[in-house]
Design a protein. Structure first.
Ligand SMILES: C[S@@+](CC[C@H](N)C(=O)[O-])C[C@H]1O[C@@H](n2cnc3c(N)ncnc32)[C@H](O)[C@@H]1O
Length: 247
């Protein structure tokens, strides 16, 4: 049953989605239709009232509609794929930098589970604080060690990580350390927004093999049975993904 203080996903006509915290005096007003939160408290997940449906939010909902974005983020379409590509599983020890808004961190964290460890580095105090608040607000990232530190300044054990992920502008500057702290054979992943950055990175990835470059495109469709067709607008580009395994 929903109770006061729970975070919920409110879906209006399958068109609009909102993440809200249930407070008995709260309400939401969409196109002049009002849903009072007092009507939701005590109901089961999947409760429907008028054009509103109410659910517990998934990790994707929290990232898309709940997390405060103070940096560019990586979208779930990419992060969920990244996490599988990096072979993150229960108990994995993973490093990541920069944390940014924490949108990648929580996906790595989810797959690594309670026995896993995510070491995440963010050099900016402002972004570090925001990522920390994002995770705490939604009770996420219990297995995350979040550092307000440049990755290069981190004191990390050699050959100790099962995987690493890098989302900074010039990842080639960090390759020597990335290679040093990864276990042999294990994967590193990178996100880069432009192809000229990929060229520089590839030239420097001498300590890696099984290298792949790809991008993920996603196209949503209208859900009206009589006129199934793609949505009018789509996100044309987010970033390129580069993966390699330490040799
Ligand atoms: C694009 S954001 C990362 C977004 C993140 N992947 C997400 O999905 O929320 C890049 C971040 O890297 C941080 N950064 C840049 N160089 C860094 C370094 N050497 N060590 C740690 N953080 C760094 C920046 O401050 C910035 O917040």
């Amino acid at each position: 049953m929903f109770k006061e203080g729970d975070w919920v996903l409110i879906v209006y006509k399958d068109e609009k989605r909102y993440l809200r915290r249930l407070e008995s005096k709260g309400s939401i007003n969409v196109k002049k239709e009002v849903l009072k939160f007092s009507e939701v408290i005590g109901k089961e997940e999947g409760f429907k009232k008028g054009n509103f449906s109410i659910f517990r939010p998934t990790l994707e909902d929290i990232i898309l509609y709940g997390f405060k974005r103070k940096t560019q983020i990586i979208y779930p379409k990419d992060t969920f794929f990244i996490a599988f590509k990096l072979d993150i599983r229960e108990g994995s020890k993973v490093f990541e930098f920069g944390t940014g808004s924490g949108c990648t961190t929580v996906v790595l964290s989810r797959l690594a589970g309670s026995k896993g460890e995510i070491y995440s580095f963010e050099s900016s105090p402002e972004f570090y604080k925001n990522a920390k608040t994002n995770m705490e607000t939604f009770g996420l990232g219990k297995n995350v060690k979040l550092f307000n530190k440049d990755f290069l300044e981190a004191d990390l054990e050699e050959n100790s990580f099962d995987a690493g992920f890098v989302d900074v502008k010039e990842p080639w500057l960090y390759l020597e350390k990335i290679h040093r702290v990864l276990k042999k054979g294990r994967p590193a992943g990178f996100l880069l927004p432009t192809t000229n950055q990929i060229s520089v990175l590839l030239k420097e990835m001498k300590g890696f093999s099984n290298i792949e470059v790809l991008e993920i495109m996603i196209r949503y469709y209208k859900t009206v049975p009589e006129r199934i067709r793609p949505e009018d607008t789509m996100i044309g580009h987010t970033g390129y993904l580069i993966f390699g395994r330490k040799i």
